[in-house]
Design a protein around this ligand. Structure first.
Ligand code: KG4
Ligand code: ZN
Length: 338
């Protein structure tokens, strides 16, 4: 019996990812080949290294995905790829291969916005109907608050004026001499620190709009390191990380609640790599409960870059009747959500 499956490819940055999902976008397999170790010595992603490794990694990843799903290309009903935003040379690899597969199989192709993939991911596991809600997308490249009216209909409510939340974690991680990416490292150290040890600035919490700014926080982290006569260690380092993490979480949770109040929506969903952060997950859900809101947070397995969220977004668009994308469409490194 032939199945109706979706094949999705995600190569927007430094993770090579392939997923095969059912027609509802629920994953049969989701494979990610991480390049973190490759880029770690440079303290950030080197675009050319990323794209070359996407080319090397995609074929074995595809083979392992088909083997893992116990299926063959003939069962694929439609193909999806991330076409932006991201690094141009990385996007081209996955987007071009996905289009080639779509042509080869004579199946429709869906060009997916990476941010839409993150934004819908909290509805993927456990699976849940996508209803109107507020989406907070917090990743290494983006910090967005979005009003989701329905699949494909998004209104940007606010975004960062400078650094993204994940970028702030990563840059301060680098200042502290921690391995790349700094977010999970800071989170680990923060677990044993005092959250009120250092008063970092909570920028724009009372700005009256739904925008963010994290570059001042990074600067004050640098000044604090100077005042401490260098990078702290032991308990002081844990205190530094806990205070820093708490500041970012305070700002994100405050703005998320403000967005719900502003729109009257009672459902919110948090996604993107930073939503792996345990403190953010707990505080967002707890604050929502107190305010009588339901706050979903993406399953950590689908929070950092992955192709299951791209398959899910493609299936969601298809279900609401959004037509497939042309095969001669371009990638767009600066693609906007709305
Ligand atoms: O969504 P993602 O994988 O890539 C982008 O689309 O940017 O997000 C990666 C970001 C990095 O900045 C990383 O430091 C951050 O997510 N991150 C975390 C945690 N896990 C990943 N930040 C804070 N706490 C974590 N546990
Ligand atoms: Zn991402």
């Amino acid at each position: 019996m032939s199945a109706e499956l979706v094949l999705a490819i995600e190569t927007s940055c430094d993770e090579t990812a392939v997923a095969i999902a059912d027609a509802d976008g629920l994953p049969l397999v989701s494979r990610v080949a991480s390049q973190v170790r490759l880029h770690a010595p440079y303290g950030g992603v080197v675009p050319e290294l990323a794209s070359r490794n996407h080319t090397l990694d995609l074929r074995p990843l595809l083979e392992s995905a088909f083997a893992g799903a116990g299926t063959t290309p003939g069962d694929i009903a439609f193909v999806a790829a991330t076409s932006g935003p991201g690094l141009a040379s990385s996007l081209l690899v996955g987007d071009t291969l996905a289009k080639a597969v779509a042509v080869g199989l004579a199946r429709p192709f869906y060009s997916i916005n990476h941010l839409e993939g993150h934004l819908l991911s909290p509805f993927l596991n456990p699976p849940r109907e996508i209803e109107p809600h507020i989406a907070l997308v917090v990743s290494g490249g983006h910090t967005l608050l979005v009003e989701v009216r329905r699949v494909g209909d998004y209104r940007l409510l606010g975004s960062t004026k400078d650094d993204a939340a994940g970028e702030a974690f990563d840059k301060v991680g680098k200042l502290l001499g921690l391995p790349y990416p700094g977010g999970p490292e800071i989170a680990k150290l923060a677990a044993t620190g005092r959250r009120d040890a250092f008063p970092f600035p909570r920028s724009m919490v009372r700005s009256g709009d739904l925008d963010f700014s994290f570059s001042g926080l990074k600067t004050s982290a640098r000044y604090l390191i100077d005042r401490l006569d260098g990078v702290p260690s032991g308990q002081l380092l844990a205190d530094f990380c806990a205070s820093f993490e708490e500041t970012i979480v305070d700002v994100l949770v405050a703005k998320l609640l403000q967005a719900c109040r502003h729109t009257g929506l009672r459902l919110a969903a948090v996604s993107g790599g930073v939503s792996c952060n345990r403190r953010l997950r707990e505080r967002a859900v707890g604050a929502g409960r107190e305010a009588g809101l339901e706050i979903l947070v993406a399953d950590p397995a689908y929070s950092t870059d992955n192709a299951a969220m791209i398959a899910f977004a493609a299936a969601a668009r298809r279900k609401v009747g959004i037509p497939p994308s042309p095969l001669d469409g371009d990638i767009d490194p600066n693609r906007r959500l709305a």
